[in-house]
Design a protein around this ligand. Structure first.
Ligand code: NDP
Length: 362
């Protein structure tokens, strides 16, 4: 049976399955995190734009105070938001997260996206009340320009941001640093230009419809752990029903967890479809974060080490690799450092962002 953890380049053991918290409404996130830790999860994946880190902090404090888990047993990952890429904003961003999480350090801190966007004036942009796109003068995490398109900070580049991230390791505020939503070329640039610390983790979208085999191999060769996000296909992604290019229906016609082949395998094994998908992640040698706020699913999703998919099942899942990416965030594609240009239709015309929260149903 596969190992439950994977060794990072700093020597730390990172759990291969973690709890995701994007779209987890704050009012149920505390019970979700506590259910997860009690069920055996040790990795919690957080971000300031999920608007729930303060509740995760409450959950962790209670668990730690009650002795249900020790800090050193947990692996907490957080993310640097796009509006805080300027080197002088990197540390305040993490400090705000640490305050919300009620922790002294995180285990992994990753640059959430390669695109820098403006902070409000010279001030660092921290969590506003909600994560809505709004004019940049309002200090939002999702700043818009005067015409209502996403704004970019073209004078800032992720390599400068990386150097500030490296300092956070030396200061003990994070044990390791990594990248998220970077394409392979951008990861290579960081590998080549890093001065003190190389990326430990790349957290990118991956599931049976987007298997990222080349990218996974590239990471393995370079000592980086590829951690899949939206590991179950993110059926609760925002704007799923609006037909937006960012979140339209999968090209297969089925959400991942509804695919007939996966359902058949699950039925034959007497397991849930989520189990089958998560076993596939493990058996291809991967690490993954999956989100649920439903305690029964949270408990179920971690029970992965008492069964295995047969080679024929793995082959069938291999054939589902249709290259469907749900999180294109195409409305930011005018940015110089936008990572997924190759994935956009050639006739894509820049759109203004949809109104509404990106943090979840509000
Ligand atoms: P997932 O692929 O984890 O899917 C979440 C959905 O699956 C929810 O609707 C959840 O429902 C449902 N679900 C969970 N378990 C089961 C089950 N056993 N049976 C049926 N349905 C189930 O989606 P995410 O996009 O949230 O990805 C996971 C995590 O990855 C995020 O939460 C976040 O932490 C991270 N992420 C990072 C990104 C980045 O930019 N770096 C971007 C996207 C995700 P319910 O909650 O109602 O139980």
């Amino acid at each position: 049976m596969e190992e439950r953890t994977v060794r990072l380049r700093n020597g730390a053991q990172m759990p291969r399955i973690g709890l995701g918290t994007w779209k987890s409404p704050a009012e149920v996130t505390k019970q979700a995190v506590q259910a997860a830790v009690r069920a055996g999860y040790r990795l919690i994946d957080c971000a300031n734009d999920y608007d729930n880190e303060h509740v995760i902090g409450e959950a962790l404090k209670e668990l730690l105070d009650q002795g249900e888990v020790k800090r050193e047993e947990l692996f907490i990952q957080a993310k640097l938001w796009n509006s805080n890429h300027r080197p002088e904003h990197v540390r305040p961003d993490l400090e705000a997260t640490l305050k919300d999480l009620q922790l002294d350090y995180v285990d992994s801190f990753v640059i959430h996206w390669p695109m820098a966007v403006p902070s409000s004036g010279q001030k660092v942009a921290l969590r506003p009340d909600g994560c809505y796109p709004a004019h940049f003068s309002q200090g939002t995490l999702f700043p818009l320009d005067d015409e209502g398109y996403y704004a970019s900070d073209d004078a800032s580049h992720f390599i400068e941001t990386w150097y500030a991230m490296e300092d956070l390791v030396d200061e003990g505020l994070t044990k390791s640093i990594g990248l998220s939503n970077f394409n392979m070329k951008q990861v290579r640039e960081v590998l080549e230009k890093a001065k003190k610390h190389l990326p430990s983790v790349v957290q990118n979208e991956s599931h049976p419809y987007l298997q990222e085999r080349d990218f996974r191999a590239f990471c393995r060769i370079n000592g980086i752990v590829f951690q899949a996000y939206s590991a179950l296909g993110s059926a609760d992604r925002p704007w799923r029903h609006t037909g937006s290019i960012t979140s339209g229906a999968p090209s297969t016609g089925h959400e991942v967890l509804d695919h007939p082949i996966l359902r058949d395998i699950a039925q034959r094994l007497g397991r849930s479809v989520a189990h089958v998908v998560l076993r596939w992640h493990l058996q291809i040698g991967g690490a993954a974060v999956c989100k649920s706020v439903t305690p029964s699913r949270i408990q179920e999703n971690i029970k992965l080490w008492d069964f295995a998919l047969a080679p024929e099942d793995m082959d069938q899942i291999s054939n589902l690799n249709v290259g469907w990416r749900h999180l294109l965030w195409a409305e930011t594609s005018m940015h110089n450092d936008y990572p997924f240009k190759d994935w956009l239709p050639s006739d894509y015309k820049l759109e203004k962002p949809s109104a509404g929260s990106t943090a979840g149903a509000k």
